[in-house]
Design a binder for this molecule. Sequence first.
Ligand code: GDP
Ligand code: MG
Length: 305
Amino acid sequence: MEDTKNMQFKSGFVTLIGRPNVGKSTLMNHLVGQKIAITSNKPQTTRNRIQTVYTSEQGQIVFVDTPGIHKAKNKLGEYMVTVAEKSLGEVDVILWLVEPTTYIGAGEQHIAEQLRRVKTPVILVINKIDKVEKSKVLESIDAYRKVCDFAEIVPVSALKGDNQKDLIDTIMKYLPYGPAFYDEDTITDQPERQIVAELIREKALRSLNEEVPHGIAVTIEQMKMRKNRELMDIDASIVCERDSHKGIIIGKNGAMLKKIGSLARPEIEEMLDCKVNLKLWVKVRKDWRDSDLMMKNFGYFKKDI
Ligand code: GDP
Ligand code: MG
């Protein structure tokens, strides 16, 4: 009986690629039903490979959320591009997320070029269909069909959840039979610390305006459960590149830092399932994005790619 059951079970790795802002993190969060990857309307929000796991009776899909493929401007950019490109050949299925447009720009053409080089089946996912008329979606499908040889094309709305069951079924079609990689309760292999850091970084990105763009990182200095196990003390630092940025992040009388903390805390509490005492600090590290050493310091390891 067990054997028959296992013969039916599928499992494999799926990577999500697409231009920044097309909705990769939103889709993944929706599919696995819990917030793991951070989302914002600023590009390059996602920096690391984040694995989330979807398990059903049919099988198990391990999602790898990659940073957008784009031209590298500095060391961090190079790292992000390498991670994204390397992922393509290692997975069972590639999901390419695009918006429902008929104009296919240089960024999309660049991705298409990479895709033509790999043998992995590509499912084109046309996202944000809630934003346009149905006829536009059909026109978009026609336009994209000419760009690449897709295994499937699935229109969805990551935000509203439309067609997500279809998407799951379509992915399963292309996965090999095999046992689960993770037990069924697992939804991510990210250490809690990193998710906490990402949640804080998300709130900071959302609260700060363009004056402090992508030059921030968050490090967790301490995460410790108190003896009675009712409260977790978390000390975290927001790292920026300029003294002037530090002032903006702290805000008048500490108002901005307070805002970031009070937005992040409830979500961290929900994730950890306990009360949290969150203390935030701001540090200046000049040009951290161009330094190999500092990249390592912030957890971006070349050898992990
Ligand atoms: P990523 O950079 O590809 O990971 O994109 P995000 O998931 O961070 O999403 C970027 C923005 O697009 C966010 O403001 C999302 O709320 C929005 N978004 C994502 N999916 C949809 C969708 O299906 N419909 C609409 N209207 N907006 C979406
Ligand atoms: Mg993202």
